[in-house]
Design a protein around this ligand. Structure first.
Ligand code: GUN
Length: 280
């Protein structure tokens, strides 16, 4: 049986560390506040936003909630962001994605003050990551690095293959692994002979958005497998991008779905919020 990389336990540990940091900041008279904006009522987004607010309450970060109607205009949203940028007492601004089709997501992300960009999506945050300067790092890939480190998986010198090249996961993931001195390959939908590429990986990170796409024959014996996907199958059961049953006998360590990468995203958001005070 492979080692189970327990995202639930590791995220709880990180949230407790953040809670302690927030307590120390409070002792110095510094409070931390996150503004959370949701446009429309997408049910999945509502669950995520609810969980983010709950995590804030747990670690002692104040949260301000802005629930805007689906028909909110882009200008109205941008105007709210500008207002929050100016507010000294607001340390972090998070706009839950996806946004309704009539709003340009890139324009919204760009409008957030990079010093308050706790999601790490702003071009300035991404650029800083790229050239090794301080800035916010996208929460899911940052959480994966924590999962690996806290499970004693060495990254330096290892063959790391990231499947998926999204702005939120794949690209920042590759940059973070590089920063940890991994040898990094990014594979994607146009990669030829994908199996040959993934079979080189000592550390395989899968963020493709296709249920159970990665089976045992994509994985090298003894590899560490990180599954970013989350899907609900026809029996209403959760599964990832990795076929867990098929890959388990081949790998040395694996993240389950649920309870692997998922809980890490919110823990790292809390970490970014507490850290925002230092960047400001
Ligand atoms: N939608 C799905 N994941 C995320 C995330 O990490 N941040 C934001 N803002 N929206 C999301």
């Amino acid at each position: 049986m492979p080692q189970l990389i327990d995202g639930k336990a590791i995220s709880a540990q990180i949230k407790d560390e953040v809670k302690e940091k927030v307590r120390q900041l409070k002792e110095q008279g510094i409070s931390v506040c996150l503004a959370v904006i949701q446009v429309g009522e997408d049910p999945a987004s509502s669950v995520y936003v609810g969980n983010k607010k709950k995590a804030c309450a747990y670690v002692g970060i104040e949260s301000l909630s802005y629930e805007l109607a689906e028909e909110t205009t882009q200008e109205e949203l941008l105007s709210l962001i500008r207002e929050l940028n100016e507010k000294k007492e607001v340390n972090g601004i998070l706009v839950q994605l996806p946004l309704p089709g009539h709003i340009d997501e890139d324009a919204v992300i760009r409008a957030i003050d990079a010093k308050k960009d706790v999601d790490g999506f702003h071009p300035q945050s991404v650029g800083a990551l790229c050239i090794g300067q301080p800035g916010f790092v996208s929460c899911t890939p940052a959480g994966i690095i924590e999962l690996l480190k806290r499970s004693n998986v060495e990254i330096a010198g290892k063959e790391c293959v990231v499947v998926g090249r999204s702005n939120i996961v794949g690209k920042p993931m590759a940059l973070l692994l590089l920063r940890e001195n991994g040898t990094v390959t990014v594979a994607h939908s146009r990669t030829k002979n994908l199996k040959e590429v993934t079979k080189r990986a000592d550390i395989l990170i899968v963020a493709v958005g296709k249920p159970k796409m990665i089976t045992g024959d994509y994985v090298k014996e003894g590899a560490v497998v990180i599954d970013v996907g989350i899907h609900r199958n026809e029996n209403n059961k959760l599964c990832g991008d990795v076929d867990y049953e098929d890959v388990s006998p081949v790998c040395s360590a694996i993240t389950p779905v649920p309870g692997g990468v998922g809980p890490m995203t919110i823990a790292m958001l809390m970490y970014n919020c507490a850290n925002s005070v230092c960047l400001q």
